[in-house]
Design a protein around this ligand. Structure first.
Ligand code: ZN
Length: 228
């Protein structure tokens, strides 16, 4: 059983109506619900609004893979929580998947050691084609090439990340540009995957191919030797 913790800002409660329309139940619950359909995966959720962000040592000791979606509240995640997550990835082999605007999450920046800044050029939003660069990679298994996303926020290079250990996907946007949209890293004993799709006003986490990539990433990031 892979024990997954889905962490999100509870953004649908606080922001504009188009976020509420895309994820009325909360993005963390949308992601948790599709993951829970796999009988090999058990899922819990936590949000920024929970005490201690819902992150404790006891909880991480029972977690194989964390999914992290943050946006406007990156600065509200206490540094001691970031260090705890970092320790569990690097020293204890917990996997972490950082989604979309989590390129600026404190934990992602801590794991990368760079600014993780990027460009959002005008018009800001467009159709996306997610191209597979490594068809033999476990995260790309069974994924059509390309994956078409009807509309998404444009993320553009330059993306200030270290050279990925494995660059699995590249994102190409109509009228915008190009972005390293699926980047895999090894950090100490743990694995890290950054995955670009998932702006909060578009129902991208309901799309089958995106869900399949996240499933693959969970299986890839899970360290089978943990707990032995
Ligand atoms: Zn966004």
């Amino acid at each position: 059983m892979i024990k997954v913790l889905v962490w999100c800002e509870n953004i649908q409660n606080k922001t504009q109506d188009d976020v509420k329309a895309a994820y009325p139940e909360g993005m963390h619950n949308t992601i948790a619900d599709f993951l829970a359909k796999d009988s090999n995966i058990s899922v819990e959720t936590a949000t920024l609004d929970d005490p201690n962000c819902g992150i404790t040592e006891e909880r991480l000791s029972k977690t194989d893979v964390v999914l992290w979606w943050g946006h406007v509240g990156h600065g509200q995640v206490p540094d001691d929580i970031v260090e705890l997550l970092y320790k569990y990835v690097v020293n204890k082999g917990m996997g972490i998947i950082c989604l979309h605007s989590s390129h600026f999450a404190k934990i992602f920046k801590r794991l990368m050691g760079t600014s993780c800044s990027l460009q959002i050029p005008p018009p800001g939003h467009g159709a996306e084609k997610l191209w597979t660069l490594l068809p033999g990679h476990p995260i790309a298994a069974g994924i059509p090439n390309p994956v078409d996303i009807e509309i998404e926020e444009c993320y553009n290079e330059f993306f200030d990340i270290p050279q990925p250990d494995e660059l699995v996907f590249n994102a190409a946007f109509s009228n915008c540009g190009s972005f390293r949209g699926g980047a895999a890293y090894h950090r100490g004993r743990g694995k890290v995957f950054y995955f670009q799709p998932g702006h909060e006003t578009y129902p991208i986490y309901r799309q089958k191919e995106i869900q399949d990539i996240i499933f693959n990433a969970v299986y890839w990031a899970n360290n089978k030797t943990r707990g032995q």
